[in-house]
Design a protein around this ligand. Sequence first.
Ligand code: SF4
Length: 368
Amino acid sequence: MHLSLLSSDPERLGLPSGSHLERLVHCRASHAMSMKARQLGQATHEDSEAAQQGTRIHETLHTGNLEELGPEERELAEDLRRQELDLLSEWKRDSTVQERREERFYLRREGHLFPIFTGQPDLVFSQGNRALIIDRKLGRRQVSAPSENWQLRAYAVLLAQADPGLEEITVAIQSPFFKYQPAIYGCEELDQFHRLILTVLASLSDPGEPMIGSWCTFCPGSMICPARSKERNQLAIPVQELPSGTDAARLLEMVARVEAVCDQIKAHYKAQLETDSSCVPGWRLQSSSRRWIPHPEQAFERLIEQFSVSEFLECTSVSVSELERAWASKNNVPTAQARVRFSRYMGDCIAEKRVAPSLRQTTNQHSI
Ligand code: SF4
């Protein structure tokens, strides 16, 4: 194995990584299951639209060229950039800060050349024997707080191994949707996490049965996992009487996981049908076209002799969020205050209607 491969393609080497540690701690089998799913071309959650958006925003934050993003993504990126500056100015004690962006770190067993674990934090700042790790989360799903987040613990261990002079590592999560309190780890905690990571890695060759729980959400092996398959079968058994209380929470978690696998199965065959339209007998992709007017002013010019302004406007719809964004930017209103201030300014020009509530899980306490 050539050393240059390590920096170019850690996934292909099959190294477990920091972003998977939370799942590995709870389900050791997920590593082998993910590798097998990749070999079969049935890995899930690795190329979703949300993952692609995250990559786009991360990349532009790295290059600093936010112009490549659409208005909504640019707003998210600007928010994250502001949070980074705030966090850094609170954390640093003077202006001499060393910065590493998107650097990949590796963990090796003592005396061994090849790594057994890897991780790539978004941002690392260091100052003397202290460091700050920032991980950006762009999803709308709340993750574990930094004080109990295994991904951040993994990054802290990887950094401490790469830089043994560090005695204190602060870990923080930035998110446009949730606020997370940073956590500070000292040498003792880092040693403890290091030992646990080695124990988890040592058990991957004999991982036992897959263990279902909230950590399954982004598992690449979910389509081929026998435990998830068993769960789907359980759900197929007609439920005589729907349970209540904790059992209801458990059942809803199961329904959500089964739905997620079904979505992934559909996405898998959709991708296959895109390349070979006859590969699944009796199924085909059906597309429909959408029409829209990208430049309303041009359309109005075209119709000006037949339509008055109000007749034309009656046929248009205005995006409240886009108008609000434009208004906030014209009036230098911070994003966090834009909604309230714009609503107050517009008064009854904005209509509001409650939409049907959707089911949302708030905690994962009832995982099997
Ligand atoms: S889907 Fe869940 S239970 Fe199955 S391997 Fe992945 S994490 Fe484990």
